[in-house]
Unconditional design. Structure first.
Length: 385
């Protein structure tokens, strides 16, 4: 999720505005001029970022919304002045009537598989909010559906669209800081209740079956996704995790603080996802043999600043990350590029292969935290093949 969720809505809305305006002003061949999308689910607060910007951007056409809860349908119809004809009580009915080019899923994480099971046989691409799934079983089932029906299944992370993350990785790949040795991630906020998420969102976000865990999945997934991308899809040798239950009176069923340690043959990743930060966090430290680069989190303008120290430098310096360009600058431009066939989502932060690995790691972290043992994930996965 986000800056705070409220800040996330503002940030995500800005991304949507920028992406759509860029597409229309430059007439880029990277994206189709018109995208017909349907929404599945209304109990994920990220839907608000999408709906807030939609009326002023006809290039992205919302053709249907499916949500079984009548009260939620009415809530969003009233709040966003949406016609009743747009709403359906079931995904199947909506897809049969509207024939969208893509489906955007805003259900609980556990609901992703069911949503994709409806769309995939109709050869409709799908984008879900992070993470991809709550279990390895669901992730592999989703992968099989995508392969069987030849559709992209994309996972949307806010941090994918941070220019600083891409810039840091390019600096690493250029060799300027030497071979990678350590990654450190800080992600989270004060907690879902503390920042005022909606009751419907809070209900499943704090349910271990619907969300997979608490902060471990909610914010641990960001660092796991970025690590998997920067490690080119490599499975870690081991996964070790520790979770805390600092606020059981608010979060009785799930952890609210987590640390995941991933080991690779010559590198380590430390991923700290928490609902106990005093301020919003979404930053990363990348240490090489010869230097380092950090991504700085700035309220209101995340993902644009870098702090760097290179070989021979006596002090670190701060600089702006180069702006991302379409279609890799926001989720809708990215989706448009995939639908147009000009962008192939392989091995990046959004792609299915990356995110199946992310779920494997999160599942191992959950098991490690529950048992107090280190999970030898690479050997485990090899043994099952």
């Amino acid at each position: 999720m986000t800056l705070s969720f409220r800040c996330a809505f503002k940030s995500f809305a800005a991304l949507l505005v920028f992406g759509v305006l860029a597409a229309s002003s430059s007439a880029s061949a990277q994206n189709p001029a018109h995208i017909r999308v349907a929404v599945v689910g209304l109990n994920h607060d990220h839907i608000m970022g999408f709906l807030h910007t939609l009326p002023s951007h006809p290039e992205v056409e919302l053709v249907g919304i499916s949500e079984p809860d009548a009260a939620l349908r009415q809530k969003y119809a009233t709040r966003f002045h949406l016609p009743e004809s747009l709403f359906y009580s079931s995904e199947a009915a909506m897809l049969a009537k509207t024939h969208p080019q893509a489906v955007l899923v805003y259900t609980s994480i556990a609901g992703h598989r069911a949503a994709i099971e409806q769309a995939a046989p109709l050869h409709i691409p799908v984008m879900v909010e992070k993470p991809l799934a709550t279990t390895v079983e669901d992730a592999l089932a989703i992968q099989k559906l995508a392969e069987k029906y030849n559709i992209p299944v994309l996972t949307n992370y806010e941090t994918t669209w941070y220019a600083s993350n891409t810039a840091a990785n390019k600096l690493l790949e250029s060799g300027q800081i030497g071979d990678l040795r350590k990654l450190v991630f800080h992600d989270g906020h004060r907690g879902p209740k503390e920042i005022g998420v909606s009751p419907d969102f809070f209900k499943w976000l704090t349910n271990p079956k619907q969300n997979g865990a608490g902060a471990l999945f909610d914010f641990g997934c960001y660092g796991v996704d970025l690590t998997t991308w920067m490690m080119h899809g490599e499975l870690p040798l081991t996964v070790t995790a520790v979770t805390l239950h600092i606020k059981p009176e608010i979060y009785p069923k799930v952890d609210d603080d987590s640390t995941i340690v991933l080991t690779y043959p010559h590198a380590q990743a430390i991923i700290q996802g928490s609902w106990n930060w005093p301020f919003d966090r979404k930053d990363m430290e990348v240490y090489g043999v010869k230097g380092y680069v950090d991504t700085l989190y700035v309220d209101g303008a995340p993902g644009v600043k870098l702090r760097i120290r290179l070989p021979g430098e006596h002090v670190e310096h701060v600089e702006d990350a180069p702006a991302l360009t379409s279609p890799n600058d926001n989720s809708l431009d990215y989706l448009g590029g995939v639908l147009a066939g000009t962008l192939k989502p392989d091995h990046d932060m959004t792609s299915l292969d990356t995110n199946v690995t992310v779920v494997r790691i999160l599942d191992a972290a959950r098991r490690s935290a529950a048992t107090g043992r280190t999970i030898h994930l690479r050997d485990e996965v090899k043994g099952k093949k």
